[in-house]
Design a protein around this ligand. Sequence first.
Ligand SMILES: [Zn+2]
Length: 67
Amino acid sequence: MPKIKKKRRVSDKKFWSVNNRGCEGKSRYDTEEAALEHSDRIYEQYGEDMKPYRCKSCGFWHLTSDR
Ligand SMILES: [Zn+2]
């Protein structure tokens, strides 16, 4: 079996970091419902309107303040 070239691993890592941008350190939610529930609390506490979106890289839900 030939060894996997390091070049390929680097490009994989680069792809991951781009795809995974802003994901690390963010709160994850299993369902859209859970994310919506949390966004309600954020709105009550901070007055910020956060919207849930499905993350392509981790498959969980995050909240964003993008309008
Ligand atoms: Zn994510």
